[in-house]
Design a protein around this ligand. Structure first.
Ligand SMILES: Cc1cc2nc3c(=O)[nH]c(=O)nc-3n(C[C@H](O)[C@H](O)[C@H](O)COP(=O)(O)OP(=O)(O)OC[C@H]3O[C@@H](n4cnc5c(N)ncnc54)[C@H](O)[C@@H]3O)c2cc1C
Length: 366
């Protein structure tokens, strides 16, 4: 089939990788460049955290998240990313005075899903065994069945892969005004396809009137003398943060992408993404002083060695979300829309795309 995908952020790429395997011819549209660096998918920390997200999310996120975790490794490999998906769990810790907050958090998870019953409390010795540099935290929890994906490398690798495919036409820098079943409308012209996918994220507001952006800011730091190997969350009544390691830097990414995406690693030190604010605003401007202070102060309390880390980058973007913060699929013949992945894009994308394809194009053409 001759298929259009509008939006080559996270959902668009996951769609393209799936549809390519089925032998379709694809035309990809994006208002920005192929490198995808303005998409929310590029800003994301890439945590695959079905348990930790349960504090505020519905159990459907947990189910879809677990399905995505099964799909991510082969999907990333499809794009040529072999060592960018890790399943080494998450550490959740808190300062002594905030332990009730952490205990409440774990109780909520256990109440919401049965599988959370296995979550174990670690004392400082237990933590030393898996994340030695954090052993000064007396009590923490280890969510062993979580993972993370190097989201920036997924975007970069999928650009190279999709751009090299003979049955893909990539129309970048092309703003799409409107979509209809079998039609993409732009620059006063109409192009026809057997099926059209709307994966514009926040850019689909012209159609979804109840779609909103939730501003998120992250800070990249580079540290010589601290080595944390898995996502670590600090529970705090006011300043919750996560720290996500990016151990491979830009290894394997062509230099031209490094220049664009600012993830080139020049010193060999380890990088971490520290995030993220969550603000009801669609303002995409640079990180505020307040968010910088809050994120970095909380980071410093996780380990004093972060005091000598270097701030190498900051990113701001908006998560596309509906009122209920749940993802939405709309299928009609010739058109599928996928949106509202909110703060769970990486956690949900493979499973949501699978569901959308099964309920739409695959069912209609079987
Ligand atoms: C700070 C932050 C941290 C995050 N961390 C995580 C995390 O750890 N784990 C997780 O699971 N999720 C995380 N997310 C969420 C995740 O990034 C999003 O849910 C996901 O990127 C949404 O995917 P999408 O494809 O719908 O939108 P996007 O990734 O934003 O892609 C939309 C694409 O559509 C294009 N587009 C828009 N309008 C048009 C138009 N009119 N014409 C043509 N092209 C158009 C855009 O240029 C863009 O490339 C985070 C998000 C943020 C902001």
């Amino acid at each position: 089939m001759n298929i259009a995908i509008v939006g080559t952020g996270l959902v668009g790429r996951v769609l393209a990788l799936n549809l390519l395997k089925e032998g379709h011819t694809l035309t990809l549209f994006d208002k920005d460049t192929k490198e995808g660096v303005t998409s929310a998918g590029f800003t994301a920390a890439g945590m695959l955290a079905p348990f930790a997200e349960l504090e505020t999310a519905e159990s459907v996120i947990f189910e879809l998240g677990n399905r995505s975790m099964e799909l991510w490794t082969s999907l990333a490999r499809e794009a040529g990313l072999y060592n960018g998906v890790k399943f080494n769990g998450t550490i959740i810790t808190a300062h002594q005075q905030d332990m009730p907050e952490l205990e409440h958090f774990i109780k909520t998870l256990k109440w919401k899903v049965d599988k959370a019953k296995d979550i174990k409390l670690l004392n400082s010795q237990g933590l030393k065994e898996i994340e030695s540099e954090l052993s000064h935290h007396n009590q923490s929890f280890y969510l062993k069945d979580e993972g993370h994906i190097d989201s920036q490398r997924f975007i970069a690798f999928s650009t190279t892969y999709l751009d090299s495919m003979p049955n893909i036409i990539w129309k970048d820098n092309t703003f799409i005004n409107r979509l209809e079943p079998n039609k993409v409308i732009y620059n006063n012209q109409e192009e026809s396809f057997d099926w059209v996918f709307d994966a514009r994220g926040l850019g689909a507001k012209e159609y979804f009137k109840d779609l909103r952006g939730v501003r998120g800011e992250v800070i990249w730091v580079e540290a010589n003398d601290i080595n944390i190997s898995r996502p670590t969350r600090l529970m705090h009544p006011r300043y919750k943060i996560y720290i996500v390691p990016r151990e491979n830097g830009c290894e394997g990414i062509e230099l031209e992408y490094c220049k664009d995406c600012k993830i080139a690693q020049t010193t060999g030190s380890k990088r971490y993404i520290v995030g993220a604010s969550e603000i009801e605003s669609e303002d995409m401007s640079d990180i505020s002083v307040r968010s910088t202070l809050e994120l970095l102060s909380a980071l410093f309390t996780v380990h004093p060695n972060f005091g000598e880390a270097r701030v190498v980058n900051t990113e701001t973007n908006c998560r596309p979300a509906f009122k209920d913060n749940l993802p939405r699929i709309e299928n009609e013949k010739g058109l599928t829309r996928i949106n509202g992945l909110y703060r769970h894009g990486y956690l949900l994308a493979p499973a949501i795309v699978e569901k959308a394809l099964n309920e739409g194009i695959r069912r209609d053409y079987d």
